[in-house]
Design a protein around this ligand. Sequence first.
Ligand SMILES: [Fe+2]
Length: 185
Amino acid sequence: MTNPPIKRHEALQPFSREHLLGLSVARDLRQAPEAGREASHEAVDRLLRLWGDELQGHFHDEERLLTPIIDDPALLKRLTNEHTHIAALTTEAREARARNTAPDDALIRALGDALHDHIRWEERVLFPAIEHALTPEAAASLGRETAQFSQTRVGARTAAERRTLDEPCGTRWDLPASSQDRAEP
Ligand SMILES: [Fe+2]
């Protein structure tokens, strides 16, 4: 038996729409180490594109708009801690990318798990708690704000633009054959 779909409050739906793409990138990251080096490169590139196009702004908007509504300090702390953690891992991945070094499997897995678990927690725990606390006035105000960013970020993009974000990176990780590669059968 499957769980019924969550009916998200309209004011939070722009965040939830962005979560769908985040989960897709997290899935690629989690599967990439098993799928080989090329898949790892593409998953990391996809994450870095997502970060610049959407995720950084998404984190910023969640903290700006949701923290005034969250009255549980534990929820607040987890939200900001996990954003900080994912941002730090993304910086590590970006620096590896800039050095053109092979992506590290442990880092890729950690990124995929952190992103996946964070989004699931927001959808299953944080957003229901916010919905419970929302007054009609706060909901109206939040709805105006989230409608604004949904006009400018991925949630509002055309299908063609969305495909561009989903495409593998055009530039390759230019890696020399490593001693590790040569040692593999
Ligand atoms: Fe989120």
